[in-house]
Design a protein around this ligand. Structure first.
Ligand SMILES: Cc1cc2nc3c(=O)[nH]c(=O)nc-3n(C[C@H](O)[C@H](O)[C@H](O)COP(=O)(O)OP(=O)(O)OC[C@H]3O[C@@H](n4cnc5c(N)ncnc54)[C@H](O)[C@@H]3O)c2cc1C
Length: 379
């Protein structure tokens, strides 16, 4: 289906980003998958090309492209090559904005240039072993000691957990108020900051997901973003953009899975004819085609609404819910249409299936999305 919200400059940006991926990412995907982590050098290369935080102000090294369509293009192109570990969207569209939005002038000048150059890789740490969906249930604390904070606790499932140089950590700051939390920038090498092993996962093999430990980490006051009790609000405020990012990648992932399946069923023969010729195959593919087109139109509209600051948390939740559920359905049908070969790691559909499953869980589960949407309905 024709998409009409991209202009010439977006198409040129897409071409440049696609060439970059083909040159600097695609040749290394198997090696990164084996290593369980991408090579840091690719972050620097992306920084040199201007692909990290393109929305940031020029004074920090950004290009001030304040248009979410650029983020959408990067999500789509990464999904198209099925690369889950090189998480530009996490760095650029999820973590970077916390520093740009809630950091003061000194903090922005201190951190943004390195982040934009790809020298300082970012992560955000909210989830804990006993608190994921219920963020207010977290136990990590940051105690105010006058001229610094002392951070204690642990976080789990942190993407970029091993690579990250700067981790934005959410921690409770007032025992009397469960919603009072601050966002603290914890830097690589700080005393008392330790990382666990690279967690073994169902999919997203090239992405380093780790547990982080904070044992009496002494944090200068200059490492607090915004208000020490405003972190919960800051997190909620950013989640709409995070969920839109998930939606952009999920529709593109579904498109990639559909394409891989179409290619396969045209080639594969059973009962003396291509699998594509069975009515069941054609109907399944037609259903997927239709649902992806509908999801794409909705997502593109959300992107444009977001550009105008009109995307509500409820609609962002709808986008994440619908597209990630659709992605999982498409990869599942895709594996089915590949038969046994669909279960083999060497086939892209197999990796897509494994990579997709987390989309319905992280950045808020599908159930939490339904909670948000239904709350907005004032039932
Ligand atoms: C690969 C990976 C990468 C991740 N990256 C990050 C990261 O970078 N940073 C970070 O902070 N976190 C990250 N996460 C954590 C992720 O966001 C959480 O796993 C997710 O929010 C769910 O939390 P939980 O795992 O504690 O599940 P739980 O909250 O324990 O949920 C368990 C089940 O209960 C359901 N449930 C919970 N509450 C309700 C409710 N009110 N109504 C109905 N059902 C409910 C859930 O939907 C789910 O089905 C990552 C996770 C993974 C696996």
């Amino acid at each position: 289906m024709l998409r009409n919200h991209f202009e010439t400059e977006h198409n040129l940006f897409r071409d440049a980003f696609r060439s970059f991926l083909n040159k600097e990412v695609v040749p290394h995907q198997e090696e990164w998958e084996e290593a369980g982590v991408v090579d840091r050098s690719v972050w620097r290369k992306a920084g040199e090309m201007g692909f990290l935080l393109p929305w940031a102000e020029e004074e920090y090294g950004g290009t001030a492209l304040k248009d979410f369509r650029y983020e959408q293009i990067m999500c789509e192109e990464l999904a198209a090559i099925n690369e889950p570990g090189f998480m530009i969207p996490l760095h650029s569209a999820l973590c970077g904005p916390y520093i740009a939005e809630y950091g003061n002038a000194e903090q922005k000048a201190r951190w943004l240039p390195g982040i934009i150059r790809g020298e300082s890789i970012l992560a955000v740490a909210m989830t804990e072993p006993s608190a994921g969906s219920d963020l207010a249930g977290m136990r990590t604390t940051a105690v105010d000691k006058g001229d610094h904070f002392v951070l204690n606790g642990s976080k789990v499932f942190i993407s970029n957990g091993l690579l990250a140089d700067l981790v934005i950590v959410a921690a409770k700051t007032d025992p009397a108020n469960k919603h009072a939390m601050g966002l603290f920038v914890v830097e690589r090498g700080m005393e008392g900051f330790e990382r666990g092993r690279n967690l073994k996962k169902l999919g997203m093999k090239s992405q380093d997901t780790a547990e982080l430990f904070f044992n009496n980490v002494k944090l200068p006051k200059e490492n607090l973003l915004g208000d020490a009790k405003g972190g919960f609000f800051y997190l909620m405020n950013m989640l709409a953009q995070e969920r839109l990012t998930n939606a952009c990648g999920a529709v593109a992932g579904a498109e990639a899975a559909l394409n891989a399946t179409v290619d396969y069923v045209k080639e594969r023969k059973a009962f003396d004819r291509p699998v594509a010729h069975f009515q069941n195959t054609r109907f399944k593919l037609a259903e997927m085609r239709t649902q992806i087109d509908v999801a794409q139109v909705f997502t593109d509209r959300c992107v444009m609404d977001h550009n105008q600051k009109k995307l509500t948390p409820e609609v962002a939740a709808e986008a994440k819910l619908f597209t990630t559920e659709l992605l999982c359905k498409v990869v599942d049908e895709g594996v089915q249409l590949h038969g046994g070969w669909g279960y083999m790691w060497e086939y892209p559909i197999c990796k897509m299936y494994a990579n997709a499953r987390i989309q319905r869980i992280f950045a808020g589960t599908s159930e939490i999305m339904k909670e948000i949407i239904s709350r907005g309905m004032k039932l």
